[in-house]
Design a protein around this ligand. Structure first.
Ligand code: DQA
Length: 144
């Protein structure tokens, strides 16, 4: 089964949006790195982005049935979404790795807490684009 790679709100603007915080790599670069890393490990990445919380919840439900693991950058929903946490908690046994491009702990107080981290098996923050490669590798390691 493929690996689900989910990116949340505003990440479609990656590369143009606050490059001093998020860097100049684009969402296409993120998705290409995930695809390359998954393929190197003998798998396949299924990458999606949405600005809508419910869409992300629906995709987590899909991953629960049809994917081997989830790499997710929930963006601002990290800090607000009990719905996304609940959806991920319904994915029993599925490896989940949370990624943030920026180091959220070095930023505003409201970014320090993530609901998604209560379910994530690992959290990567502050590694930029590279963090997604680490996340895909970690899911593969958890799958053995
Ligand atoms: C982010 C950090 C979040 O606080 C922010 O809302 C984002 C992106 C990151 O990748 O660093 O949109 O998840």
């Amino acid at each position: 089964a493929p690996l689900m790679v989910l990116n949340g709100p505003n990440l479609n603007l990656l590369g143009k949006r606050q490059p001093e915080v998020y860097g100049t790599d684009t969402l296409a670069d993120v998705e290409a790195l995930c695809a390359r890393t998954a393929e190197k490990l003998g798998g396949r990445a299924d990458a999606r982005q949405s600005n809508h919380e419910g869409q992300l919840v629906d995709w987590v439900h899909e991953a629960r049935e049809h994917h081997c693991g989830i790499v997710i950058n929930p963006a601002a929903y990290s800090h607000t979404s009990v719905a996304l946490l609940d959806a991920l908690q319904a994915c029993e046994g599925l490896p989940v790795v949370e990624v943030h491009l920026s180091n959220i702990h070095k930023r505003e107080q409201f970014r320090h807490h993530s609901y998604v981290s209560l379910r994530a098996d690992a959290v990567i923050a502050g590694c930029g684009l590279q963090g997604y490669g680490f996340a895909v590798e970690r899911v593969a390691a958890l799958l053995g």
